[in-house]
Design a protein around this ligand. Structure first.
Ligand SMILES: [Zn+2]
Length: 482
């Protein structure tokens, strides 16, 4: 689809690294074509959509490496159309959806379905992740080669960790030959993760089954050691414990010693940066997530990991469910809640400005972890070792795979980058009201919480995918039918 030219004039520009002064940004043919000093292009004579960015901050569109779109198979919770519309409303232009759908994404055609449907009815780029094991059972390998051909770059059995360590290792050995692939691991020892919340004082007081630190920390140790052993790039996702963070630090030390920079990356959700297990007392099932919200010392450690640069990305773990599903008793209610539409505002109010042992967390740091940080991981730009150490598939052999070309947000504002952008009002004060969510999932423990900062306009590939600005309408997908 062809899109009109766009001029965003007078906004301050965060280019993916730092916040600079005001500029005029010109978009044509879905690409950023020029960045000029503010005032150099006259909006009145501009042939196309001229947007005033006065008082606003223009950022690369956000990339989320961990969300659930529930499509195929659980479309009463969410579908690709509503999920991507919610993502666009939160400022996202690329999302990686988890493979625990029905059927799971353990073979090529399921990944094809998600990509094709997103291209027809979606509001952002969707990179489906593929399973590591068939049916996520941890007993046999998923069809990893076919998934790679279908454009899959992130591999995970998310929803849980992979049960058997030998299957896990064989998956890593195979994937390590495929350039740009990364395993994203929900680290846990499955048999130690049968509880409903963090095991500690609060779970004892509430009489609820706990999920001990050991489950997450042992799982993280397995993932980090397996990465070092096989040379397979991994991302430890949605870390909740300080132990997991320390084990990732060990992995990052080792990757330097072994000459494999970028081997081990990690992410955290805003939920684990803001809440602790005390939230279960107050919000009940609304705060039930996996891995569970842990203790204040864990939260402080994770905040410190943001400030000192250990953490490579922020993710939403957007996990929509119906109100009925979440209204069951704590034991029966599913894990997770919606996140796309609240992440930036909650981070702006409750994380930016936090003081940690490694200094104060800045808006720039948070923005990097939502743009260039995750985009570099998804685009394979973090791999500093593959050529040389690990035998790669030769170009000849790759021809048999015929890997599908993939295009994700670049996480940067520069001439020649795809025009995936979000215009932010970083001072906007508002309160979370799930009734206003675009997502089908109306569950969140943050109802009524104060936010600071909001996506006013989201542009993906030169198309307006979300707008809160007067006189600018969202442009529908190529095939507007749901
Ligand atoms: Zn998970």
């Amino acid at each position: 689809m062809k899109h009109r030219d766009i001029l965003i004039h007078g906004a301050q520009v965060f280019d993916g690294t730092q916040i600079g002064g005001p500029a005029d940004v010109h978009v044509s043919g879905g690409m950023i074509t020029a960045i000029a000093p503010a005032g150099s292009i006259d909006p009145n004579t501009f042939d196309g959509l001229a947007v005033s960015g006065e008082g606003l901050l223009l950022s690369p569109g956000f990339t989320d490496l961990h969300c659930h779109l529930r499509d195929p198979g659980q479309t009463w919770k969410e579908d690709i159309r509503t999920g991507t519309a919610a993502a666009a409303a939160g400022g996202y232009t690329t999302v990686v959806c988890m493979p625990n759908t029905d059927p799971p994404v353990d073979r090529g055609p399921v990944a094809d379905y998600i990509r094709d449907r997103a291209a027809r009815v979606g509001y952002c780029r969707v990179s489906p992740s593929g399973c590591l094991s068939l049916n996520r059972r941890g007993e046999a390998l998923a069809d990893l080669a076919a998934l790679y051909s279908a454009g899959v770059r992130i591999y995970t059995d998310d929803g849980s960790d992979t049960l058997r360590s030998d299957v896990f290792m064989h998956a890593f050995e195979f994937l390590s030959m495929l350039p740009g692939s990364r395993a994203l691991i929900h680290t846990e020892v499955v048999e130690l993760a049968r509880g409903v919340m963090h095991e500690g004082l609060v779970s004892a007081m509430l009489g609820q089954g706990g999920i001990d630190y050991l489950s997450e920390d042992l799982g993280t140790a397995r993932t980090v050691l397996m990465a070092i052993q096989t040379g397979m790039a991994v991302q430890v996702t949605h870390m909740a414990s300080r132990g997991a963070l320390e084990l990732v630090r060990f992995g990052k030390l080792r990757e330097q010693q072994e000459g494999m920079p970028g081997l081990v990356t990690c992410d955290v959700t805003h939920n684990h940066l803001i809440l602790t297990d005390r939230a279960i007392e107050k919000y009940g099932t609304q705060a039930k997530i996996n891995p569970p919200l842990r203790e204040e010392r864990d939260r402080q450690a994770l905040l410190c990991g943001i400030a000192d640069g250990t953490i490579d990305a922020l993710v939403t773990d957007h996990a929509p469910h119906t109100v009925d599903e979440k209204s069951q008793e704590l034991k029966l209610a599913p894990f997770g809640f919606s996140g796309f539409e609240t992440s930036f505002g909650l981070l702006g109010k409750h994380v930016v400005g936090s003081s940690t042992a490694a200094g104060e967390i800045t808006l720039e740091q948070v923005l990097r972890l939502m743009t260039s940080g995750p985009a570099d991981i998804l685009n394979g730009r973090r791999e500093g070792w593959r050529r040389g150490r690990i035998p790669q598939m030769t170009t000849e052999a790759m021809r048999d795979f015929l890997p599908r070309p993939v295009q994700f947000s670049g996480g940067r504002i520069a001439a020649g980058e795809v025009a995936d952008l979000v215009l932010l009002d970083t001072q906007a004060s508002w309160q979370v009201d799930p009734k206003q969510f675009t997502s089908k999932g109306k569950n969140t423990p943050f109802t009524g919480w104060d936010c600071r900062g909001r996506a006013m306009l989201t542009i993906c590939g030169g198309r307006v995918t979300h707008s809160r600005m007067d006189g600018i309408e969202r442009e529908e997908a190529a095939d507007g039918t749901a």
